[in-house]
Design a protein around this ligand. Structure first.
Ligand SMILES: *Cc1c(COP(=O)(O)O)cnc(C)c1O
Length: 389
């Protein structure tokens, strides 16, 4: 067993060796620019990019021409939100989202507010889920976009995107989902969920960092989306710039593997996750699971361990690679804004731990992790002399 054991798969995932294998020729031998139309190098690069586009599309039930390659989910979210807002000026100025969204959505909304757009952050329940009646009530004739993530990067909850999509389609409001944590982990279908825009990221699905995609529904008339950057008009004009061919090949290979293995992998990881949860809950009192238990990613566990400072806990768990929350915000000392939005008081938010299992974790590792967590929590509680057993 190699330590530290990696249990932080919501932050990033290792590149699957099969993905790396697929990418390697495109750094050296097949280095062509897919926009080169006059020789074999360009043709081969273009062929590889189009094959990857098919694999990405297949994973989410889209058509290949609906996939726009980007540098990751952050860029995809920016393009979806700013692109929609800028293209919709004059038609409406209202955007609806959740306070628990990833910063790539929240900070983008914040920027748009400074440009005069109005943003509604709908509250979520204690289970982290959106109440559809609230969404119904929030939509106005001015609403141009609803952005709700499919699966949460901290607490792992799955929003009712099919119901949200149906409502948005009825009201002629564009619907975007940040599926960086959902794609490749649970079935997601852009048709079934009436999606107009969907963001995904390579490095969350055992592909490389710095590559992702935005699904842009092929509608007639075409969806108006103002690009973030001007240039050669690549990717249907939505994303100019020479394509990251090795990265795109890796993203495609990662999507292909997920399409083939997601079903089995999610069953295996859910069983490991439940085993971990049960052994922790059996041996420790005063532990609660955050977020809906039913509507949840199979590989996510999010715990509040009463009386334990999670930062101190992580310091004493050097054999485990874990985190308290989003990698993008955990540099700041404040408690997670996500847990606050669920109504957790600061002391409970500070006692919370995010566990994200992944493709290469074994049962042996999970049993070891459970032992170490139980031991560390027991020691910390004894030190603090608080009334916990
Ligand atoms: C990781 C993540 C992002 C950012 O993706 P990058 O590809 O790293 O830019 C956005 N949203 C969610 C939900 C994520 O988990």
């Amino acid at each position: 067993m190699n330590v530290p054991i990696y249990l932080d798969h919501h932050a990033t995932t290792p590149v699957d060796p099969r993905v790396l294998e697929a990418m390697l020729p495109y750094f050296t031998r097949e280095f062509g620019n897919p926009a080169s139309r006059t020789h074999r190098f360009g043709w081969e690069a273009e062929r590889a990019v189009e094959k990857a586009r098919r694999h990405v599309a297949d994973l989410i039930g889209a058509q290949p021409q609906e996939i726009v390659f980007t540098s990751g989910a952050t860029e995809s979210n920016n393009l979806a939100l700013k692109g929609t807002a800028w293209a919709s000026r004059g038609r409406g100025n209202h955007i609806v989202t959740l306070p628990t969204e990833h910063k790539a959505v929240l900070d983008t909304c914040h920027r748009l507010e400074s440009e005069g757009f109005r943003v509604t952050h709908l509250p979520v329940g204690q289970d982290g889920l959106l109440d559809l009646d609230r969404l119904h009530a929030a939509l106005t004739p001015e609403t141009i976009l609803v952005s709700v993530m499919a699966a949460h990067n901290e607490i792992g909850v799955l929003q009712p995107i099919a119901e949200i999509g149906r409502l948005c389609r009825e009201r002629c409001v564009r619907f975007h989902t940040d599926a960086a944590q959902a794609a490749g982990k649970i079935p997601i279908d852009v048709q079934a969920a009436s999606l107009d825009l969907l963001s995904l990221s390579g490095h969350k699905i055992y592909g490389p960092k710095g590559v992702g995609a935005l699904y842009v529904r092929d509608a007639s008339p075409p969806l108006a989306l103002t690009p973030l950057a001007d240039g050669g008009g690549h990717e249907r004009g939505f994303r100019s710039g020479t394509l990251n061919v090795p990265g795109i090949v890796g993203l495609g290979a990662a999507c292909e593997i997920c399409s083939q293995e997601m079903r089995e992998e999610s069953v295996r990881l859910a069983a490991l996750r439940n085993r971990l949860r049960d052994s922790i809950l059996m041996k420790l009192g005063e532990v609660s699971v955050n977020g809906s238990l039913e509507r949840r990613l199979p590989h996510n566990l999010h715990l509040t361990l009463a009386g334990v400072d999670a930062q101190a806990l992580l310091m004493s768990l050097s054999e485990l690679a874990l985190s308290t929350g989003s990698a993008c915000t955990s540099a700041r000392p404040e408690p997670s804004y996500v847990l606050k939005a669920l109504g957790l008081p600061d002391d409970q938010a500070d006692a919370s731990l995010r566990i994200g299992l992944g493709r290469f974790n074994t049962e042996e590792e999970i049993d070891y992790a459970a032992e170490r967590i139980v031991e560390a929590v027991t020691n910390l509680r004894a030190l603090s002399a608080a009334p916990f057993r």
